[in-house]
Design a protein around this ligand. Structure first.
Ligand code: GAR
Length: 197
């Protein structure tokens, strides 16, 4: 660890329960840390979670994400090894994807390619799963490319949906899978990277 811990930056727009898991599990190992949370929503729960855990928050407005001199400049300064989208509900502009090629990872609350694409986030996904009558759903962790939810898949896990399950029940089952798998998958990616160098 000559160069210090591997740096993760988490982008989040909402409650931040996944961001919290990633922060805690990185804090538990010496070789990785969440160096900042980037947030586009001043009322997001993730802000309090990050502050409670001693992680700095960089708050920005949506148009600043698309300004090459703003969020991109912060990222270049912070120099993360991995950028994690944990419930970040805006599209990452192509100039950021190009600058951090294959270093941006998203979690989607369904088994892609089903229930993905523009407008498919949070409860919209779980309501669509319910409406379709699908018997299973799950999570997909994938690299981010220029198209919504179409980057290479890193990991998927499934859970059963019963006909009694309401969208809120589906959301709870999916969140359990997210909390079980997301942080370990992220840390494992960084570890492989560490060992590969
Ligand atoms: C998670 O379920 C995540 O999969 C979803 O937002 C939620 C954030 O929860 N992301 C998307 O829908 C992206 N398309 P959290 O704020 O408690 O981590």
């Amino acid at each position: 660890m000559l160069n210090g811990p591997k740096k993760i930056i988490v982008f989040a727009s909402g409650s931040g329960s996944n961001a919290e898991q990633i922060i805690l599990q990185a804090q538990a190992c010496a070789w990785a840390k969440v160096s900042a949370v980037y947030c586009n929503n001043p009322t997001a729960g993730v802000i309090q979670r990050a502050e409670r855990l001693g992680v700095p928050v960089r708050l920005f407005e949506n148009q600043q994400l698309n300004d090459t001199e703003f969020v991109l400049a912060w990222l270049q300064q912070d120099a993360p090894d991995l950028i994690i989208l944990a419930g970040f509900l805006r599209k990452i502009p192509e100039f950021i994807i190009r600058a951090f090629s294959r270093s941006i990872v998203n979690i989607h609350p369904a088994i892609l390619p089903d229930f993905g694409g523009k407008g498919m986030y949070g409860m919209h996904v779980h309501k669509a799963v319910k409406a379709s009558g699908a018997e299973k759903t799950g999570i997909t962790i994938h690299y981010v490319n220029a198209a919504y939810d179409e980057g290479d898949i890193i990991f998927q896990a499934e859970t059963r949906v019963s006909s009694d399950d309401q969208p809120e029940d589906i959301a709870r089952k999916v969140q359990e899978l997210e909390h079980e798998h997301f942080a370990p998958v992220v840390l494992n990616l960084l570890k492989q990277d560490t060992h590969g160098q």
